[in-house]
Design a protein around this ligand. Structure first.
Ligand SMILES: [Mn+2]
Length: 308
């Protein structure tokens, strides 16, 4: 039998991870390869919404079979990856991170890591340069992933290539009107109904001697949620701080409709650092900034002012 390949993203993948896993494993199977796309843990709300709405019933969850080799999509290190992956057996890495050391971590892998809005765009480009037709479910997931990762093309890391990929998908598949609005609304509903779970999307970062947790939320009508539930958010952040023994915690939240960030933290050092680097003022532990900044853009800025 031919080499068995597992295509997968991080555990609890976002839509970009789910879309790449699904669409790239389809692509490889059309090339005659024995590839399985595996989703580990819980998909993020946007992915769950599209899977449900379009009846995508062939997603493989937590595959247990042993695999000969591995392909990582929307991921380029071992943090948060399924335990089945053996780094020396990783044959390919497809990701869109700025800083990585994938060549050292995966010495046997072919690596494509480019600074663009979504990993989904890289998968779309593979379809475009092949003769393989794209199936409607792959197209819908990739389309949603490009809009999700670029926050509706509001982030500065979005490129023309992401735009071209999204337009091409639209030419291949009927995309329902308002699909992206519907998807963002579903994500917003999820955050409102399960605020604690939504805040679990937290990254731990060490800067100088400080261990910090940075939660991220991207929803519609952000100001409204924060106005009503600021105390709940602060309580949850404090809880996170105790549980993970962090020195500071921050929520960076993006309004998907109106293009601004709210930063929420009760840590005075964090407030001081953010005020300095972003020229913002905190009031009631909250500060607003026009324009959209992603967490991965925020971390280097924090490093620049908190090094010591
Ligand atoms: Mn991504």
């Amino acid at each position: 039998m031919s080499t068995s390949i597992l295509v997968t993203a991080k555990i609890n993948p976002d839509l970009d991870g789910v879309a790449c896993t699904y669409a790239y494993s389809h692509f490889l199977r059309m090339q005659g390869k024995n590839a399985t796309g595996g989703v580990f843990g819980q998909m993020h709300a946007e992915a769950a919404y599209l899977v449900d709405r379009f009846g995508i019933d062939d997603i493989v969850h937590d595959p247990a079979a042993p695999f000969d080799s591995f392909i990582l999509v929307d991921a380029s290190d071992m943090a948060g990856m399924p335990v089945v992956i053996r780094p020396e057996a990783v044959m390919e890495v497809i990701d869109h991170r700025e800083v990585h050391s994938a060549d050292k971590l995966f010495p046997n892998a072919e690596i494509q890591i480019e600074q663009i809005g979504s990993a989904a765009t890289l998968i779309v480009e593979r379809y475009r340069s092949s003769q393989h037709p794209i199936d409607p479910h792959s197209a819908i997931l990739l389309y949603g992933a490009i809009y999700s990762n670029t926050l509706n093309f509001q982030v500065s890391i979005a490129t023309e290539r992401d735009r071209i990929a999204a337009d091409w998908l639209q030419s291949q598949t009927a995309i329902p009107a308002h699909l992206i609005d519907d998807m963002f609304a579903a994500k917003t509903r999820f955050a409102s109904e399960h605020l604690q779970d939504a805040l679990l999307d937290t990254k731990q970062v060490t800067i100088g001697k400080y261990k910090m947790g940075i939660a991220q939320l991207e929803i519609l009508d952000l100001q409204q949620l924060v106005d009503v539930r600021i105390n709940e958010i602060l309580t949850e952040l404090e809880h996170m701080k105790k549980e993970h023994r962090l020195d500071m915690v921050l929520l960076t939240a993006v309004d998907l409709g109106n293009g601004f960030n709210l930063f929420i933290t009760s840590d005075s050092q964090m407030q001081a650092a953010l005020s300095k680097v972003l020229h913002i003022d905190f009031e009631n532990n909250t500060a607003k900034k026009t324009g959209v900044l992603l967490r991965k853009q925020l971390v280097p800025l924090l490093r620049s002012v908190m090094k010591n």
